[in-house]
Design a binder for this molecule. Structure first.
Ligand SMILES: [Cu+2]
Length: 197
């Protein structure tokens, strides 16, 4: 190979390599390995998973998809297969702040517990009990929805993206008569903790 060709080849290889570099996002909080936009969750701690709302009989649930790598990212707040349990008194308003910091689409929808065994979640059990388009999912985004938990029963906060719930992408939601304060139980062995402001 003559010098000319060698220099040209080096230049081509260099250009190719530079083209393969990930483009830096404007805020530098984008994790190149996972694609997570950590800006979306930087202020969220486990204390935010359940909080009392400002108004009477309102509660705020923060539900983060891909909180960790658990269950291949198909978790909410780090838990899958119903192993995080929310209990809400019947007749309370529930505000769900759903966040998906990952580029993989996920969503959130309230369904009856048994529905999580299906491939498709269908319509939310309670009126307005899901993000806008749960079957389509959303990535690198957040959306809040509020519903009235007006019927006691065993439900799930599930991912509505096809086949995610059956793969474990759901947590438990119980609507309970005669309960005074909403509670959260992080894991089957843990004690249920009452919501505070
Ligand atoms: Cu999902």
């Amino acid at each position: 190979m003559n010098l000319h060709r060698s220099v040209l080849l080096t230049a081509l290889v260099t250009t190719f390599c530079l083209a393969q570099q990930p483009v830096a996002p404007p805020h530098g909080s984008h994790d190149a390995a996972t694609g997570l936009n950590k800006d979306l969750i930087k202020d969220i701690t486990p204390a935010d998973f359940l909080k009392l709302g400002e108004k009477e009989k309102t509660v705020v649930i923060t539900l983060v998809a891909v909180w960790s790598g658990a269950n291949y990212g198909m978790n909410f707040n780090g838990y899958s297969h119903g192993k995080l349990t929310y209990a809400i008194p019947t007749g309370w308003n529930v505000e769900v702040r759903f966040v998906n910091p990952s580029p993989i689409p996920h969503s959130a929808i309230v369904v009856e517990r048994d529905t999580t065994k299906k491939l498709q979640m269908g319509e939310p059990y309670f009126d307005k009990g899901s993000v806008t388009n749960p079957a389509q999912g959303m990535s690198l985004k957040k959306e809040t929805f509020t519903f009235l938990a007006d019927e006691a029963g065993e439900y799930a906060l599930a991912c509505g993206f096809p086949a995610h719930a059956i793969s474990g992408h759901w947590v438990s939601l119980n609507v309970v008569d005669d309960l005074k304060v909403p509670t959260i139980q992080l894991g089957e062995a843990a004690e249920a903790k009452e919501a505070t402001k």
